[in-house]
Write a protein that binds this ligand. Structure first.
Ligand SMILES: C[S@@+](CC[C@H](N)C(=O)[O-])C[C@H]1O[C@@H](n2cnc3c(N)ncnc32)[C@H](O)[C@@H]1O
Length: 299
């Protein structure tokens, strides 16, 4: 009796009344979305789209990285080829944002390229009191470690003028992390001990293994979405210091040129621009003076 019943159930699952085979949910679970091939034409179409939207030049060798990261979106939508996913991305702004979130590389750390922070410390300590806040922009801020490092340096410099930091990024997922200001404890490795004690709170119970940036610093930093490749930019005002680090590596020369010319317009006169140590502005005509490698001043 039981055998006959289970036989009937299995027949029902596998055959619709009109005789077509229906999908077997158990079997579908094991479809390997990471093994979906991307053709050259599909990859080129993704390259064009990512370039058009974010200015990011995806190199040929990044194919496995792209498919590795996008396979979870295929799985989520149960899409089994990249042409269909491309159509979805083009027609759905939310999915486009998800895709950009996944293709952007968010590697960062506290006190990354620390010479810049020594420079900043020295600079602000020697500044006179000023009218209006001293404004710092961490453009392409990733999860906010650059912005909070800057905040620690400013707080420690104990300047007599007010200051504020803006962090912006194209990835909304990473911006949520920056707003939370909550990091795994091992991210703290590079924070000097005295800063750790003063500006970071160690999580306990549910939060053990994490640290939270102190609220005095969180109050100084704000974060918002901004695509550096999109014009016009929102009105973010003018800045005394701009960090534009480790993002131009993903851009080609025309994109860099356009970006730097816009960045310079957001710098106050005499304002400083920091770029990543492996980046430079060679061959980009701008009214910036090189102060030391990767540090520029507006003239
Ligand atoms: C490698 S991280 C660098 C983070 C930080 N500036 C640092 O040096 O540690 C690069 C960041 O640039 C962001 N990004 C890439 N393209 C962008 C664009 N068009 N507009 C704004 N941010 C972008 C990425 O989302 C990522 O968070």
């Amino acid at each position: 009796m039981l055998t006959r019943l289970s036989w009937r159930v299995s027949l029902y699952i596998n055959l619709k009344p009109d005789g077509y085979k229906v999908l077997n949910p158990e079997k579908e679970k094991y479809f390997d979305y990471t093994s979906v091939d991307i053709s050259d034409a599909e990859y080129n179409a993704f390259q064009d789209l990512v370039y058009e939207v974010a200015g990011i030049s995806l190199k040929e060798k990044k194919k496995p990285l792209l498919t590795g990261r996008l396979s979870k979106r295929l799985r989520y939508h149960n899409i089994r080829n990249y042409s269909d996913y491309l159509q979805l991305v083009k027609s759905d702004k939310h999915e486009l944002q998800m895709m950009i979130d996944l293709v952007s590389t968010n590697e960062t750390s506290f006190f990354r390229e620390e010479k810049h922070f020594e420079f900043l410390d020295n600079y602000v300590k020697n500044l006179d009191a000023r009218r209006g806040p001293f404004r710092i922009w961490s453009a392409a801020c990733s999860s906010g470690m650059e912005a909070y490092t800057t905040a620690m340096v400013m707080a420690e410099a104990d300047v007599k003028f007010s200051w504020e930091i803006l962090g912006t990024d194209i990835s909304t997922r990473i911006l949520d992390k920056a707003k939370q200001a909550l990091y795994p404890l091992d991210a703290a490795n590079r924070i000097p001990q005295n800063y750790l004690k003063k500006y970071c709170r160690k999580g306990v119970r549910d939060m053990s293994g994490y640290m939270l940036i102190d609220k005095s610093l969180r109050a100084k930093a704000s974060f918002r979405y901004m695509n550096l490749n999109e014009q016009p930019w929102p009105d973010v005002g003018l800045f005394d210091v701009i960090f534009l680090r480790n993002v131009m590596i993903y851009f080609d020369k025309p994109t860099k040129q356009r970006l730097i010319s816009n960045i310079v317009q957001r710098l106050k006169s005499d304002g400083y621009l920091f770029v990543g140590h492996s980046e430079n502005l060679l061959g980009i005509p701008v009214n910036l003076k090189t102060i030391q490698p990767s540090v520029y001043r507006k003239i």
